[in-house]
Design a protein around this ligand. Structure first.
Ligand SMILES: *[C@@H]1O[C@H](CO)[C@@H](O)[C@H](O)[C@H]1NC(C)=O
Length: 253
């Protein structure tokens, strides 16, 4: 019987220079097949091709929107491409984020709604699909954890600030979800962890805001994620980390 390959599912790889893409490359390097989900078809396909050309196995899954129905249909497509007879989803990353940096009085009702939809409701839908997959997994000496679900958080997940009212409410919500799922599904040997990693990955957005204390995605981000995310995924069950807070030595925020 051929060995079942571990599959990593990541949503939010829109910016090929960001955290989601770096995590996909890192998990591929660690021997996982990767299912990439994003809204932008072009960058999604490019990342998938890049991973395949470096010897990994990847497939792109374009999602029209982060509405719940779209997550269930994308997971059906993932199951067809990566059938459970050959693959098992062992790790997943929710890397979607909607950031608004504005003074409170300038924030629109639409931006508040979008923050709740993208940062909270989409996290709910993705978690639901992922946990249903994890529950199908068997555990053994080699795979003592049924699966690991990781959320990409930010400083705004734990601390509100001027300019972050609409952003923080969403990020706090995702962190609350992560803690709740960690409690509810730990007994099923499902590990849920929240990571605070802003500043580590210099995405286009961070560069546009003039952030200069972060790390360069090309060289360091992949290594940071390789170490940190695989650390979470491979942890022994008696000592799971529920939150990881990674900060650059020279951060100014
Ligand atoms: C996916 O999202 C689009 C746009 O929001 C919506 O029109 C469509 O009905 C959704 N599909 C499913 C299967 O929910």
């Amino acid at each position: 019987m051929a060995a079942i390959r571990p599959l990593f599912v990541v949503v939010g790889v829109g910016n090929a220079a960001g955290t989601g893409a770096a995590a996909a490359r890192a998990f591929s390097k660690a021997g996982y097949s990767v299912a990439l989900i994003a809204r932008g078809q072009a960058s999604l396909n490019a990342l998938s091709e890049e991973i395949k050309s470096s010897g990994g196995e990847a497939a792109p899954f374009c999602i029209p929107s982060y509405a719940p129905g779209n997550f269930s249909s994308v997971f059906t497509s993932i199951s067809s491409r990566f059938p459970t007879s050959q693959y098992s989803v062992r790790a997943a990353l929710f890397n979607v984020g909607y950031a608004v940096w504005k003074p409170f009085l300038e924030v629109t009702p639409e931006e508040v709604q979008e923050s709740l939809n993208t940062n909270v409701a989409a996290a709910f839908s993705f978690s639901r699909e992922t946990i249903m997959k994890f529950k199908q997994n068997t555990i053994d000496a080699k795979n003592p954890t049924r699966g690991t679900l990781i959320f990409t958080g930010a400083t705004a997940s734990t601390r509100g600030n001027s300019m972050t009212s609409a952003f923080s409410i969403g990020k706090f919500g995702a962190r609350a979800l992560s803690q709740s799922l960690a409690k509810e599904f730990g007994k099923d040997d499902i590990h849920v962890a929240h990571t605070i990693i802003d500043g580590h990955i210099m995405t286009g957005d961070a560069l546009a805001r003039g952030t200069t204390s972060g790390l360069n995605p090309e060289s360091i981000a992949q290594e940071v994620l390789l170490q940190s995310y695989l650390y979470l995924v491979n942890q022994e069950k008696s000592a799971w980390t529920w939150e990881l807070d990674l900060r650059p030595a020279h951060e100014k925020w």
